[in-house]
Design a protein. Sequence first.
Length: 289
Amino acid sequence: MSFKMGLSMFWRHTVQRVVALQPSATVILEAIGKLDRLVACTKYCVAVCPQAGAGRMIVDDSWTAKRDDIVAVHPDLVIAAVPYQEKSVSEILRSGVRFLGLAPRTLADIYIDIATIAGLLGVAERGEHVIGVMQREIENVRRQTAGLSRPRVFCEEWGKPLIASQEWVAELVEAAGGRFVSTPGRQLSPEDIGGEDPDILIAAWCGAGERVPLGTIMAGRNWGSLRAVRTGRVYCIRDEFLNTPAPTLLAGLHALAAAIHPERFSCTQGLRCISDVPSLSPTGNAALV
């Protein structure tokens, strides 16, 4: 077999047309230099990766995917990720297109997802490069925080119900020089966190960008007496920086480092500190000042 023929066969067996139903898949495609293979994505993908919206069909996400939308763009791979709904998975399978379903929990899982997508698109070495960049930067921040105090950090991905951030966020908190409070991904009550009395509170609500109403939720949960609130160490980090399991997590890592160790790391994009700090009223309940 000639070299040219071998390349031709290799090209035919790599993925050429991708539908991404989750922002993480779109970000990974961009990172490995294969956004040109993307033929359809969700509005959430475009919000995180604006260049993904140029000339591409916008489809529903992993929760509400529809067969007809997928079939219409003639893909050879659909990439979806948790959270799934049984009906949407059924719609994807009914399309007859190859389906890659992602469900990462840890940083190691995310690295595997990057390697898998890169391999399917025939650029395994680019995937390894992206993974290496992520690992080196995380270790760089870890080295800078070695020997520093380790404040106790609670980070939440949703407010009603109150849900702790995922395990990969807990790993990033540790790398950024903190100690993660509670169990990652667990649903909690305000009283659970009140009993922990963390040094730092961070909200990164899914879909909220940087718009989490920090003062309002501190008052509504009666958290005015918590150490983090009294010292003004309550932060919002942009949603996609912590909730998109892809290379965007490096921006989240730097935001975490700036929140946890401001004496070592300068403030960065996507990080907002509370400005209307609740204080204790005479009745012992939180009130905004």
